[in-house]
Design a protein around this ligand. Structure first.
Ligand SMILES: C[S@@+](CC[C@H](N)C(=O)[O-])C[C@H]1O[C@@H](n2cnc3c(N)ncnc32)[C@H](O)[C@@H]1O
Length: 232
């Protein structure tokens, strides 16, 4: 056995490092892998906003989220950080016909592209967009609105605030997903984290692991998804 595999096995560490070939293989091995709307959205995002186009979630993560939303029978969802709409379409597709997704984002320019693709994907009737800083929009939410599914993919230092504002509105058994929680693979070393994004992510990962209000698992999908199931 190769020494690195022996090392992993004796330590009980089970994972497969990804590379481009393997990643391409896994994204091809999904239902809807030839999804015309999502592929067109990705292409337009790349063309119009090349420098920021990496912000859309990956295809596998999108499929995973559609499946999760449908699997828990979610009817009401919230997303903070919509960009050009990739993740919102994936969430909305998992919702039933009368399901609702509330999208919060600060950028009109980026979300104008999202609006166009919500129509193309036939999910526009399920989605409401509110523009402005995420925390402000959350503080202004009407009382009584509850969610079964939440996805956070905006400014990283804001995640904990979003979490504390959204958690009381979550139904028991609902799911909260935080994106980019492996911070490009820069976590888990002994080096002191100085960057505010890395600091916020690391602090929140540790907080969620101990938080008795949720059951949590940090998954190595995309840039890392920390998934919490709301208890109680
Ligand atoms: C990583 S992108 C979201 C990508 C999106 N989930 C997707 O899959 O295409 C981050 C988004 O968060 C938004 N954002 C950043 N800071 C924000 C804030 N304080 N309040 C609201 N939205 C914010 C940005 O405008 C941007 O559209």
């Amino acid at each position: 056995m190769k020494p690195h595999l022996k090392h992993r096995r004796t330590k009980g560490l089970k994972y497969v490092p990804l590379n481009e070939k393997l990643y391409t293989y896994l994204i091809d091995a999904r239902s809807r892998e030839g999804d015309a709307v999502l592929n067109a959205l990705r292409a337009e995002t790349q063309k119009k906003f090349e420098a920021d186009s990496h912000m859309s979630i990956g295809r596998d993560q999108g499929s995973f989220m559609t499946m999760l939303v449908a699997a828990i029978g979610a009817k009401h969802a919230i997303e903070i950080g919509t960009f050009t709409g990739y993740s919102s379409i994936c969430i909305a597709r998992g919702l039933p016909e009368r399901g609702k997704l509330l999208c919060l984002d600060a950028s009109e320019e980026w979300t104008n592209v999202a609006r166009k693709y919500w129509k193309k994907a036939g999910v526009d009737k399920k989605i409401e967009l509110r523009l402005g800083p995420g925390a402000d929009s959350l503080k202004k939410l009407e009382p009584g609105i509850k969610f079964d599914f939440a996805f956070f993919d905006a400014d990283k230092p804001g995640y904990d605030t979003y979490y504390e504002l959204v958690l009381p509105r979550m139904r028991s058994g609902g799911l909260i997903l935080f994106d980019n929680m492996l911070w490009g693979g820069r976590l888990g070393t002994k080096r002191r984290i100085k960057h505010p994004n890395g600091k916020a992510i690391d602090k929140l990962n540790r907080k969620l692991a101990k938080d008795k209000r949720v059951q949590s698992v940090l998954l190595s999908i995309g840039d890392g998804v920390h998934m919490c199931r709301v208890l109680g």
